[in-house]
Design a protein around this ligand. Structure first.
Ligand SMILES: Cc1cc2nc3c(=O)[nH]c(=O)nc-3n(C[C@H](O)[C@H](O)[C@H](O)COP(=O)(O)OP(=O)(O)OC[C@H]3O[C@@H](n4cnc5c(N)ncnc54)[C@H](O)[C@@H]3O)c2cc1C
Length: 284
């Protein structure tokens, strides 16, 4: 297992904020993960870091990073694929396509580990984790035992799941049930989806995707635009000029810049629209 002291998390958060932690661990197996939790129950777990905001310059605690490690993807006989928590979902999407299996096209352009995708019930209007997943294997931190839960019991909702409500469960792996289809057609859907998204999203600057969950009956971007906040900036953090639902790091943004900007937008939206915006990212 790789581990690094005084590790800079810059490449492990979507905003590319510079922030260090005491030690970062990159385990390769379930046994190593259990062993780490036995030694340190207070580990800070992250996946690929595309839905977190790092607010501290230094974390005097250890991080467990499940990204590009513990990342096996395997094909089963019944059009099912099993994926370990650290696998990057773009790779899973490509793996499914190469095996002529449809259902994970929407993941081609969502930057995510398997663990993060399950926790956040990641998805687009073309698909959602909960629609294709069948079961999740997890480590219960209450008793350090490995358990399985079927999708019906995982309390999946819009950008939410049982794993988000209880931080005492570490996603270890999941299975997806897919549908056989023509490889070329699958690839076309993946590429079309990516092209559509890149034409609208500010991918030229580091960001963590949509900042706020969509409130019922409203779209966040247009509300922010109506308030004249497109391009509004605090420190190195800016409301994207391309898509007002995104906050981008246009320079050396700190986590505090991002949080100040979020608070400012929330206050304005509350005042003008009487809507309490909910932040999609996990603030660490
Ligand atoms: C450009 C861009 C576009 C995006 N588009 C979308 C989109 O279309 N749809 C969408 O849903 N999201 C989108 N996102 C947000 C993000 O990609 C997803 O939320 C993604 O699922 C986060 O996964 P992650 O591995 O990066 O999680 P992290 O950010 O690493 O972690 C998120 C949370 O999950 C927890 N967690 C991570 N791994 C585990 C695990 N194994 N077990 C238990 N808890 C764990 C962490 O502790 C944290 O609380 C986008 C982000 C960006 C940057």
């Amino acid at each position: 297992m790789n581990s690094f002291h005084n590790f800079n998390l810059k490449e492990y958060n979507g905003h590319k904020v510079s922030s260090t932690c005491r030690t970062a661990y990159f385990p390769q197996s379930e046994e190593q993960i259990i062993d780490l939790y036995k030694r340190n129950p207070k580990l800070q777990l992250i996946g690929s870091g595309h839905n977190i905001i790092l607010t501290q310059q230094h974390y005097d605690r250890d991080f467990l990073i499940l990204n590009n490690c513990f990342d096996k993807i395997s094909l089963q006989t019944d059009n099912t694929i099993d994926v370990e928590a650290g696998a990057f979902m773009k790779n899973v999407s490509v793996f499914a396509q190469e095996n002529g299996l449809s259902g994970l096209e929407f993941f081609y352009d969502i930057p995510s580990s398997l663990g993060g995708a399950v926790v956040m019930n990641a998805g687009t209007k073309e698909g959602e984790t909960s629609k294709v997943i069948t079961k999740v294997r997890y480590l219960d931190l209450e008793d350090l035992k490995i358990k399985e839960i079927c999708k019906e019991k995982a309390e999946f909702q819009y950008r939410n799941s049982i794993f988000q409500n209880s931080t005492k469960k570490v996603v270890l792996a999941a299975s997806f049930e897919l549908i056989p289809d023509n490889k070329k057609d699958i690839l076309k859907r993946m590429k079309d989806s990516k092209a559509r998204r890149w034409s609208k999203q500010p991918r030229e600057f580091p960001n963590c995707g949509s900042v706020f969950k969509r409130p019922p009956g409203k779209f966040v971007g247009p509300m922010i635009e109506e308030l004249g906040l497109k391009g509004y900036q605090i420190g190195g953090a800016q409301i994207s000029k391309k898509h007002s639902g995104f906050i981008v790091n246009i320079g050396n943004a700190t986590g505090q810049d991002i949080i100040s900007l979020i608070d400012f937008v929330k206050q304005k939206v509350m005042k003008e629209f009487n809507i309490n915006l909910e932040v999609e990212q996990r603030i660490l």
